[in-house]
Design a protein around this ligand. Structure first.
Ligand code: AMP
Length: 395
């Protein structure tokens, strides 16, 4: 069995997979521990039944203990030793280029990268340490959001600032959502039966970024040193004039940290619409002609279109497909329609019926005359992490 873990500051999401030696992977159960340090709740879905357990979870250690004992109580696992491997989603891995067994060196790299992902890496490390304590017999594997982007050429990851910032302080573009882009690239290979494709993948979730995939590898991406950069997001601004920070520190008499926090949590769709960071509510306003919701949707889709053009220009070769994925990309017809509508120079178009059609794991939605194929593909970061763990179990 393999456990896939995605931890935040107050939650631990997990999925349990069974894998057979013939490479069949089956999801057995999933769930989460939430409201850690506040109240506490464990939710486990198993065999179609959802179990919700209110339980005091003062810290991550207690939460992990509770998850393991509930898995045991519900008879989902017979023996804790059946969990052969644990895969962790880790947001920042610095320059580590692939999923890695968490030895001392990798542990230190995750710790060192905490300064670049202060909200994500510390809780991940805490959870890793605790699971290692409870499951000493298992292989523990870190899968980094940044790893897939390590193939970007220097000219795409070096910022036009004093080069000493890069040399001394690691200031460079790292990129995120790598596990999702990796999955989409592999899934596209499977769909078309061909490797080394040139793709523009728009991962549009609460956090959002676009990846330019050249011959199967990350060539450029919109997120940067941190996940604040690039396209506008649910509550993050994406790229803005960096002088805004200094200016607003002075204007609001706030610290750079406080302004940074506002750019992360009170900007984007939420900041402009004043309604929500969840695009479904902003679209509701847009459909009722609400002025600020309409403005938010127009800016959001324009920013995405602008980056798509920039990335196609940079690749300077035939693009096999533009792909939309993650919560918004997979589900919002209006966003896909508007983004494509804002790319008139590409001579691409979406078939409205296909765009509105229900689909399983992917759908091709362009019209026959579109110059580039357009797909919606459901991402699956968990299965990617699970497969990486299996690779280590086989070694
Ligand atoms: P993710 O980060 O990939 O889980 O995406 C979460 C976001 O996807 C939510 O905040 C919503 O804005 C968006 N989303 C989820 N379902 C839908 C839907 N049916 N239509 C439009 N947007 C959706």
């Amino acid at each position: 069995m393999i456990l896939v873990v995605n931890s935040g500051s107050s939650s631990i999401k997990f999925s349990l997979y069974e894998y057979k030696n013939n490479n069949d992977i089956e999801k057995l159960a999933s769930g989460m521990a939430e409201q850690i340090k506040v109240n506490g709740k464990i939710i486990i879905t198993y065999q179609g039944n959802k179990h919700e357990i209110d339980i005091s979870l003062p810290d991550h250690k207690v939460a992990i203990e509770a998850i393991l004992s509930k898995l045991d109580e519900l008879k989902i696992i017979k023996d804790i030793k059946d969990i052969q491997g644990v895969g962790y989603r880790v947001v920042h891995g610095g320059t580590i280029s692939k999923s890695s067994i968490i030895d001392e060196k990798v542990h230190k790299q995750i710790q060192d990268s905490s300064k670049l992902a202060p909200l994500h890496n510390p809780p991940a490390l805490l959870v890793i340490d605790k699971f290692k304590e409870f499951l000493p017999h298992s292989k523990h594997v870190a899968c980094f959001d940044t790893a897939y982007h390590q193939t970007m050429p220097e000219r795409n990851y070096i910022y036009p600032v004093n080069i000493e910032w890069y040399k001394k302080y690691d200031v460079r573009k790292y990129g995120f959502h790598g596990t999702s882009f990796n999955y989409i690239n592999k899934k596209f290979e499977e769909i078309v039966g061909k490797e080394k494709n040139n793709l523009i993948v728009c991962h549009l979730g609460n956090g959002a970024s676009i990846c330019s995939i050249k011959e199967g590898k990350s060539f450029d991406t919109t997120m940067g040193l941190t996940p604040l950069a690039g396209i506008m997001m649910g509550s993050r601004s994406g790229d803005v004039d960096p002088s805004i920070i200094n200016y607003m520190c002075t204007s609001l008499n706030k610290s750079p940290n406080e302004i940074n926090e506002m750019l992360n949590n009170n900007s984007g769709l939420l900041g402009i619409s004043g309604v929500s960071s969840d695009i479904r509510y902003v679209i509701e306003g847009y459909n009722k002609n609400d002025k600020m919701c309409t403005l938010a949707i127009e800016i959001y889709t324009q920013k995405i279109a602008n980056f798509i053009i920039q990335m196609i220009n940079q690749q300077n070769q035939k693009i096999d497909a533009i792909i939309f994925t993650a919560g918004i990309g997979e589900n919002s017809q209006i966003v896909v329609e508007k983004v494509v509508g804002k790319l008139p120079l590409l001579n691409i178009s979406v078939d409205q019926e296909l765009n509105n059609k229900k689909y399983e794991d992917y759908i091709k939605i362009n019209t026959p005359t579109s110059k580039i194929d357009i797909y919606k593909i459901r991402t699956n970061e968990e299965i990617m992490i699970c497969k990486d763990v299996i690779t280590f179990l086989k070694k």
